[in-house]
Each structure stands twice: as C-alpha cells, then as structure tokens.
Write a protein that binds this ligand. Structure first.
Ligand code: FAD
Length: 575
C-alpha cells in the first residue's frame, strides 16, 4: 500500500495549483498527484481565451466589485456571494503570481499583461496568452511540481474513494500501464478531476472529461450540487463540436444568421455578441429553430449559424486568435480570413459539482464537512458560477480555489496521523469489479451503449427542457443502464487496456447523467443555463436555492441548501 500526506486526484490547473501551494506552505509534506492522463494532457491545456482579473492594465476604471457583480449577475443570482467576493478580490494576485512563475502572457506595448473583452464582463479584464492560455499556464505549473518534488503518478486511473465513518482515508487506483491495483492512503485526499462534457454527444471537452470524480463522490453517498446547470458554449465548430473560443467575439467577431443579420440585436442589444453564454446559446438555438440557420450548401433552414471574422482582417486574426483560425482550417477547411465559420452550441462546462466551502473542504450536507476530503476546479461547486459561468472565470476559479484549497490542506494535515485501511478488502473488491468486466460474456459493445446514452442525454436534457422530455430521458437511461452488465471487452490483457478504462468511464457517465436529469426535473423554473419551456420564468420564491442530489442505485434523493447573498440583491437579469 502506498502512503502520502496528501494525494491529489487530477493534474489540471486546480490540482497542480493546489500541489504547488501545499509544497510552498510546508515543504516537508509528502504530496502525490494521480492522474489518468499525463498532467499536461489534462483538459486545462485546451483552454483558449483567458483568465479574468482586475489588473486595470487596459481599463483603469475596473474594480473587483465590478468583477464580482458581473459574476453574480451572470450566475443568475445563484452564486454564493462570499465565494465570488474571494474570487474577484484574489484574482489580480494569483495572476501576478502565475506571471512570476514564468507564464508567458500576451503583452501590451509597454510590457504589462494584455487584457481583452469577454462575454458578460463589463470591462476588458481577461488576461491571455494569444488563444492558448491554458497551455501557457498548465505547462508552467507542471514544471513547478517537479521543482517542488511532488510525486506524479500519471496514467493511473482512480476508481474508488475510500470513505469510512465520515472520514476519507484514501483511494483505490488502477495503473493503466500494467493493470495492477494500488490502495493509496493519505491524511487528506483532494479531487480536481475536471468536468463531464462526454455525458453529451457533442462537446468541446476532451475524451477524458467523463465526470469520474463526481461519480466516485456520489457513489460514496456524498451529495452533488446544482448539477442541472450544464453550460452550452455558443460557438462549437460545426459539425465536430470543438471550441471556437469566445475570445474571437471578444476581439470583435459577429454572429450572423441565414439572412445576414446580426441577430443578437434581438436578444441582448446592449451586449450583442458578448452577452453571457446561456443567452447567446439560446439565441442561436432559437434562430436555428426559426429556420434562420444555415445548411452546408449555404441555403437557409440548416443546423448552424455563422461566426464572421472577415472584417477583423488577417493581421488581427493571426495575432490574437491564431489557434481558432487553425482549428477551423484544419478540421472543416474554412479560411476564416475570407469565409465565415459554421458554429452551433456545444456542451462545454459544468457549473455544478462536489459541494465545498471556501477552503475547498467537501460538504456532506448543509454545513457539515467530510473529514480529510477536499475538491477544487471544475469538479467542485463552491458556487462562484451559480446557474451560468462567465468565460475566463473558470481558469480563475482553478487558480484561486486551487491555491486556497492547497493552503487549507497544508494546515489540515498538520499533526494528523495516517489513517488505517483494510487494504485487502479494497483490492479484492476492485479485482472483482475488473474481473467481472473482463469475463462477462456480454452482447453489447461499449461504444454502442455509450453512444445511445450520449444521444439520449443530448435529446432529453439540452438547451431547452420540459418535464415530459426529461422524464422520458430518465426512463430511457435507466433502461440503458441495464445493458451495462452485458457489455463485452475484446481486450482481455492487463497492459494498456483502454477498453477497461472506457468501461469504467461509462459507469461514471451513467451516474452523472442521472443526477443531471433528476436535478433538472425538480427545478421547476428557468435560471441561467437551465431553461424550462414549461416554466419559463425564474422563480426566486421557490428556487433561489442550491440543489443537493444524493445518488443511490435505487434512486436520487434531492435536498436543497440556501444561497449566500451578501452584496447584491437578486434583480431581473437584462443585457
Ligand atoms: C476547449 C476549452 C476551452 C476552455 N477555455 C477556457 C478559457 O479560456 N478560460 C476559462 O476560464 N476556462 C476555459 N475553459 C474551462 C477550463 O479550461 C476548465 O474548466 C478547467 O481548465 C478545468 O480544470 P481542472 O483542473 O478542474 O480539470 P482538468 O484540467 O479537466 O483536469 C482533470 C484532471 O483529472 C484527471 N482525472 C479525471 N478523472 C480521473 C480518474 N478517474 N483517475 C485519475 N485521474 C483522473 C485527468 O487526468 C486530469 O489530469 C475551457 C474549457 C475547454 C474544454
């Protein structure tokens, strides 16, 4: 059995930033990062547009209060305002700290960090490294892990959280390279496992974004918060769904329909293309529904709209958003200097997640905390994004709350002993689970069941939702789940068996998908990214509260928690 003072699951921005903070706070601590990918292949590396902070380099009138207000308004007033205040206040400091670590931000002519406009932000406050911001930050953080001597277990798949008597004691992992199982015990475990975009059939997320951390938490009997809030990014490249960054609109691109109109004038006249993502995604979906979408042959009535960069000119396109130009060129053969890019909404981000307090410690219910268990980044819900996240606030959340959680963990483990674990019990249980997958005769291929599941989620819990559609979706998913014990694996080997990983991930998708649907079904209002055609208004009287969903194979129990409101009273949200 392996042992470390702290084990962090996930090598993206949140996990790496926490590890750096723990090492800085107490260099004697023995820290491990476990990740199913290599850390620099975490989805954070794909982040494009930037990270928000009121550095005031471009806009001297910006304030942290304005950043906090934009975030709360963007969240449709569901965000916890104490957490938002910390996010906005600590933002300049964490960005400068990244710069000191060596992150290569884009610069103004005078050498200070450049800042651009972003959706829902009232000032130009998004710092960036061209349109490869995640790449620039993650590489520097991973370099720092090495500098601080953090042990990295890459390509290890974590398949279970060990929770006994209200205390997390460690994890069970599977080494993808040689198939051996290990129990890792630790004084504190942190999840930084990222999002779940692969629950849907069209997403900007990478293949590893399967919500494993969320599923492991739910299966351990702990709640998941606000899972009904799934962010659809307005500009997924048609038909593949990969992201064309909001930075493109931040730099001035237009959205146009089949009639050549900048239709955002009808939905958010004051912000136009830079309205928040929920509003822009719904606007595009409505244009497509009203037959003002475009077909690949250019005729009206098709499945996408255009993102038009042509007026920006070659020099600006190539210096500010070169990666987006390259994506459109490489994947669909469009030269965005001369042709508009076909786009439509794509699943992008998880507002909900593992409930945590502002020190990253996981909540078991209301204000009760789980001993030894922490989470940060996209898998966590400290609730800074509420019902809808603003672009460039997620990298910021990873860094601010990664740092806070790291500091809290370094304190938490002082003078604590390593927990006692019955290693054999967990190894035997995991062996049985893997053995069953390898040996069951089965009649369904993993891909077949996964595709049916993803199609079902996409059709039944998309941009527009009704009780009837979601009920039907939940039933279909419960039926599909019955096929799980009947999937078969061609690869029976222990060396680099990616089929086993896919089978384990499929189980995560099922758990997460059901929690999303059940939470969405019970929220009988429209707020942020959750839009109910049968309850089209926001209802603060009944639903200004966080969902806490407890999963069990028998069903999902839904409870609620109040929203923390400190600075901004809820108002009607108009742009
Ligand atoms: C294309 C794209 C562009 C984006 N652009 C921006 C942007 O410009 N600005 C912004 O603010 N946000 C952006 N976002 C969102 C932001 O990048 C993510 O929310 C954030 O990077 C998530 O970081 P994370 O550390 O929480 O998780 P991730 O970076 O997703 O890392 C998750 C880690 O967990 C590990 N893991 C998961 N499951 C297991 C398991 N079972 N066992 C072991 N390890 C596991 C993975 O291997 C990985 O190391 C973008 C997202 C996408 C998809």
């Amino acid at each position: 059995m392996l042992k470390h003072d702290v084990v962090i699951v996930g090598g993206g921005l949140a996990g790496c930033r926490a590890a750096v903070e723990i090492a800085r706070t107490d260099p004697k601590l023995d820290i491990a990062v476990v990740a199913k990918t290599h850390p620099i292949r975490s989805h954070s590396v794909a982040a494009q547009g930037g990270i928000a902070a009121t550095l005031k380099n471009v806009d001297a009138s910006d304030t942290w209060e304005a950043h906090a207000f934009d975030t709360v308004k963007g969240s449709d007033y569901l965000a916890d305002q104490d957490a938002v205040e910390l996010l906005a206040r600590e933002a300049p400091d964490v960005v400068i700290d990244l710069e000191h670590m060596g992150v290569l931000f884009s610069r103004l002519p005078d050498g200070r960090i450049a800042q651009r406009a972003f959706g829902g932000h009232s000032h130009n406050r998004t710092c960036y490294a061209a349109d490869k911001t995640g790449h620039a930050i993650l590489h520097e953080l991973v370099n720092n892990l090495r500098r601080y001597g953090v042990q990295i277990y890459d390509e290890w798949y974590v398949l279970r959280l060990i929770l006994e008597d209200g205390q997390v004691k460690g994890i069970v992992t599977y080494n993808i390279r040689d198939g051996h199982l290990e129990v890792v015990r630790a004084k504190a475990v942190m999840f930084a496992t990222g999002g779940y975009g692969r629950v849907y059939n069209t997403t900007s997320n990478d293949y590893a974004s399967t919500g494993d951390g969320l599923a492991m938490t739910a299966m351990a009997g702990l709640p998941l918060e606000d899972m009904e809030f799934v962010q659809f990014h307005p500009t997924g490249l048609y038909p593949v769904g990969v992201l064309i960054s909001e930075a493109v609109r931040g730099e001035g691109a237009y959205l146009i329909n089949s009639e050549g109109d900048r239709f955002m004038a009808n939905y958010a006249p004051s912000r136009m293309e830079l309205a928040p993502r929920d509003i822009t995604s719904r606007a595009i979906a409505l244009e497509i529904r009203a037959s003002r979408g475009i077909h690949p042959d250019g005729s009206a009535g098709g499945p996408f709209v255009y993102l038009d960069l042509r007026h920006m000119g070659q020099e600006k396109i190539m210096s500010r958003v070169p990666f987006c130009w390259e994506e459109a060129h490489r994947l669909v053969g469009i030269d965005a200097v001369h042709q508009p890019i076909p786009v439509r909404p794509t699943v992008h981000y998880s507002m909900g997640g593992i409930p945590v307090n502002t020190d990253g410690q996981v909540r078991s219910s209301g204000d009760n905390l789980v001993e030894g268990f922490f989470a940060a980044g996209e898998c966590a819900c400290v609730s800074v994004h509420g019902a809808n996240r603003l672009g460039s606030n997620s990298l910021l959340e990873c860094v601010v709350y990664g740092r806070r959680t790291g500091a809290a963990i370094a304190q938490y483990v002082q003078n604590r002993k390593l927990p006692i674990i019955d290693e054999q019990r967990y190894i035997t249980e995991a062996q049985r689970r893997l053995q069953a997958l390898l040996e069951q005769p089965g009649k369904y291929r993993i891909n077949q069941v996964r595709t049916a599941f993803q199609d079902c989620m996409t059709q039944h819990c998309g941009v527009f939702r009704t009780a009837e559609i979601m009920q039907e979706g939940l039933q279909q998913i419960q039926q599909l789940q019955l096929q799980y014990p009947d999937i078969y694996l061609d690869d029976k080997s222990t060396c680099w068996n990616t089929e086993i990983i896919e089978a384990l991930e499929l189980q995560s998708l099922f758990v997460v998908g059901q929690v999303i649907l059940a939470s969405a079904l019970n929220r009988q209002e429209s707020r942020g990214a959750h839009y109910r055609e049968d309850y089209s208004d926001r209802n603060d009287t009944e639903f200004l509260k966080h969902t806490m969903a407890y999963y069990s194979p028998a069903g999902i129990d839904l409870q609620y928690r109040p929203v923390t409101i400190t600075m901004f009273e809820p108002q009607e949200r108009k742009y």
